[in-house]
Design a protein. Structure first.
Length: 310
């Protein structure tokens, strides 16, 4: 098949390259000349012209978007619409909010265009291992795109599926990321507790390796923990304790509130990410002051060391 890949960040460029290696034809687009140059050096034909990409495609044209969620997706669709004809297909392979996807699919359908939403997981390893894809959209659109999904996935019938109607793919990917938050937090807390047990002098990288095989908590995330501890050292001294969130964890918690579904683990994991960014830690300072006010408890001053000395 032949398609345009709009957005050549790490995910978009790697997906384009995997498709090319699988025998498909891909023309990439980025607004950045530097990114276009990098893509070409990796073997992905690319340009900064949206019209040039569309001109290389045959009906029904497939335009795969790998741009950030929100306005960038709407802007990309707006740039494509004057260049497309009835029956052409837009694929949102980024992780958009599913409510936006439902709206976009409705608007595109009214103009005779097909749309598929593809919640995509795999990160930088997707190029070699394949991507997990949760696909939403009309049956006929997904069927037409099937060869692309089979190429991008770990296997033709592995790691991808048609989840349901428009928006369902992004909804399921949202929940996927919420679960990811909880799993990551549990691993982080467990390893932090083992590090705190100084009298055992535990080798955390060794423990990660032991758990990787046969353990009920073995996983790809655990594989990555083992690799990171080996590369960075057990103390992770060069890593700042600041954890970003992509937005999907927030959307998952907001959906839980909207539907009155209890989600304590995922919600707390999201809150912990927020806490990691609070350099001021004002709430903790106020807590310490309250303890002193009602109980006369000592307060550790900012300039004191762990033993309370100046």
């Amino acid at each position: 098949m032949k398609l345009g890949m709009f957005g050549l960040g790490k995910m978009g460029a790697n997906m384009a390259l995997r498709l090319i290696r699988g025998g498909h034809e891909v023309m990439g687009w980025s607004r950045s000349e530097g990114t276009v140059g990098e893509a070409r050096s990796e073997g992905v034909p690319a340009t900064t012209s949206v019209a040039e990409v569309v001109a290389t495609l045959q009906p029904p044209r497939i335009c795969w978007l790998m741009v950030p969620a929100g306005d960038p997706v709407d802007d990309m669709i707006a740039a494509l619409l004057p260049l497309l004809d009835e029956g052409d297909i837009i694929v949102d392979g980024g992780n958009s909010r599913y409510t936006d996807t439902v709206r976009r699919a409705r608007e595109l359908s009214a103009q005779g265009l097909g749309m598929a939403d593809v919640g995509t997981s795999g990160g930088v390893w997707g190029l070699s291992e394949g991507y997990s894809m949760m696909v939403g959209g009309p049956e006929e659109v997904v069927a037409h795109l099937r060869p692309v999904f089979e190429c991008l996935a770990p296997g033709p019938d592995l790691g991808w599926g048609h989840i349901g109607p428009a928006g369902s793919g992004h909804f399921v990917k949202m929940v996927h990321n919420g679960i990811e938050y909880g799993i990551m937090q549990a691993y982080a807390e467990g390893f932090a507790l083992m590090r705190r047990k100084e009298e055992f002098d535990l080798d955390l990288q060794q423990i990660a390796e032991v758990w990787r095989f046969g353990s009920v908590i073995r996983s790809w995330l655990l594989d990555l923990i083992a690799s990171a501890l080996e590369e960075e050292g057990q103390e992770l001294e060069e890593i700042a304790p600041y954890v970003h969130d992509s937005g999907e964890g927030r959307w998952t918690v907001e959906e839980a509130i909207e539907t009155a579904q209890d989600l304590p683990v995922i919600t707390l994991a999201l809150m912990q990410r927020f806490a990691s960014r609070d350099e001021d830690r004002y709430a903790d300072r106020l807590l310490a002051m309250m303890r002193r006010q009602f109980g006369g408890h000592a307060v550790k001053r900012a300039e004191e060391d762990e033993d309370g000395e100046q």
